[in-house]
Ligand binder design. Sequence first.
Ligand SMILES: Nc1ncnc2c1ncn2[C@@H]1O[C@H](COP(=O)(O)OP(=O)(O)OP(=O)(O)O)[C@@H](O)[C@H]1O
Ligand SMILES: [Mg+2]
Length: 453
Amino acid sequence: VSAVGRLLLVEDEAAQRQILTEILRKEGWDVVAAGSGEEALEALAGPAPELILCDWKMPGISGHEVLDEVRRRGLPCAFVVMTAYGSIAHAVEAIRRGADDYLGKPFERDALLLALRRALKTKRLERENTALRDAVAERDRFGELLGRSEAIQRLFRTLQKVADSEATVLITGESGTGKELVARSLHAESGRAAGPFVPVNCAAIPETLIESELFGHERGAFTGAVRKREGKFEEARGGTLFLDEIASMPLGVQASLLRVLQERRFTRLGGRGEIETDVRVVAASNRELARLVADGSFREDLYYRLNVVPLRIPPLRERPEDIPILTEALLARAERRHSRPAPELPPAVLRLIVEWSWPGNVRELSNLLERLVLLCEQGRLAPEDLPEEMRAPGAAERGGVSLPPGGLDWEQMEAGLLRQALERSAGNRTAAARLLGLGYKAFLYRLEKHGLG
Ligand SMILES: Nc1ncnc2c1ncn2[C@@H]1O[C@H](COP(=O)(O)OP(=O)(O)OP(=O)(O)O)[C@@H](O)[C@H]1O
Ligand SMILES: [Mg+2]
């Protein structure tokens, strides 16, 4: 953390104030020194500092009053308190009132710099978290699923309704649309959340093994069954069994599965006793099962049994409204995963992202953003960082603005764009300003101008 910001130092002892000012200036801080709480409040009327280093016990307005005022006004600055040696009670009180850190006097230069760095870091994280929370309002998420398009909002409402039921759910959607995440979120929001979530990829298991994988087997049930083994139905007891790529399930196994779903009981391969099932089954497919039923490769009766609650996730290209918040959240995820700061995303680049057709859906978007976080060196993305096909003339031109032959009404266009940006960001002004590539002040100014404030 390099010190290049404005720092307000509040210390009533002149000699101390002098020394601290010197140290901090050497570190690159733009120091404003105040000799009392009164002076500090006066200084706060000016531009807000990034950090306040404040003595706790002062005659007149004391440190805690300065702190209260800073927090009351919601100033986003980090606040570090200096307390007399041994007065741990003051330090505790300071933290409780919202200080970010404290220093017991006397302190060494290094201890001071460390405390300041820590406080700045805490504040920065706090700001990032608020930004993230701001960007993703409560109604735009269900568990880990994000989306604000009409289609996804409808999906959320259905999920909400069925989460707590025992109904079998069939999720369909193209590859990468989030089928597994829907299944996991459904589980997490259900009464079975404390139980296990057990995924089985039916396409990845050899036909001959699926049955024993699902229902388990007794020792010696078949060649190679050297010991007894529990199947996924037992493993998922009390939880959710996720049958992924159900279309790949061989017809023979489909018959066994149907029986289990109907009787809620099964037998291990080679076993005799029946075992009660206690699982909620959620299945997923990236192919239309109805079509497979028509051509005879999927059992009709099983199809109806699974399809009690059908959930269809539309491809990403049909819901571009979801792309900005997904982009933001997935960038933040990549940032955490790789401990690398995500590059800034200028509107021109976001526009190319929103306009792309995303044949690989959310997974493709997630992979691209992860790559960008790892490879971008400038700290700011440029269109050139995107794959060539996304920058193809057609792609870029569609979002470009060209002056209509008959000219246009500038003010009306501006007001229209402001409204759209506010709408798309659900009233979040910071996000709306970003969509238009405007600084926050410039954005507010224009809102006022059009009476949209
Ligand atoms: N609505 C969403 N909100 C947040 N993340 C999402 C959303 N949809 C998908 N993702 C993310 O996209 C990636 C792909 O999702 P998932 O694996 O669930 O897709 P899938 O439909 O199961 O794909 P496939 O058919 O290829 O198995 C995951 O990283 C997931 O976290
Ligand atoms: Mg999947």
